[in-house]
Design a protein around this ligand. Sequence first.
Ligand code: DX5
Ligand code: ZN
Length: 246
Amino acid sequence: SPAAIIAPSILSADFANLGAECSKMIDSGAQWLHIDIMDGHFVPNITFGAPVVTKIRSHVDKPTAKHGKGTFDCHMMIAEPKKWVKEFQKAGCDLYCFHYEAAISSTAAESPESTSELKTSPKEMTRYIHDCGMLAGIAIKPDTKVGVLWEILETKEDKERPDMVLVMTVHPGFGGQKFMASELPKVAELRKRYPDLNIEVDGGLGPGTIDQAADAGANVIVAGSAVFGAKDPAEVIAKLREAVDK
Ligand code: DX5
Ligand code: ZN
């Protein structure tokens, strides 16, 4: 597997001190920040939008390398992922991770306020994100089979191939939920087929669950409550990294 990347989820941060909380995570050894965007439609919760990302960007230096320190990993739990690509790029997002389920859903196209421009497919989304200068990630919910990803991962078109796959290990919407080990066979199958792929896991990760996820082959580790709730976040980040790189 590629080297470990630890991505604290700022969903568990103190939102009244977001800038300081974010720089603290980078100073504590995290490479990425995982930024959960929820629209109240794709998931039953609302977080924040691009203006907040712009503000935290001013507290965290832009990465100087692909996948480097300070990468903003925006997890877009939104029904219309195509609509927000440019806006998030301007706000300082480095990796735009959309949900497969949202990209194939016809709801976006059928809702009265949206136009045909918002119709999309996973490959089109990936190409569009790359054209806008960001890395692209594709996420799957627990109810989605991993096999839906083979086509896009096998594409010969470099621009249409995602840079990362996110396998959700909870039903998206809230921090602090219980880790679903039932999702790990998806990670193992992805790793078997793609030794160099960045495979991210998100939901319920912490010192108690990291070994299973690392053994399955995950290398990008999101952790919200386990890191922000810790007395010493640096220690938890180091533990997570050691488990993946061992
Ligand atoms: C859940 C979010 C996660 C969440 C993880 O929908 O996508 O990123 O913040 O939180 P923990 O690590 O507490 O499960
Ligand atoms: Zn997330």
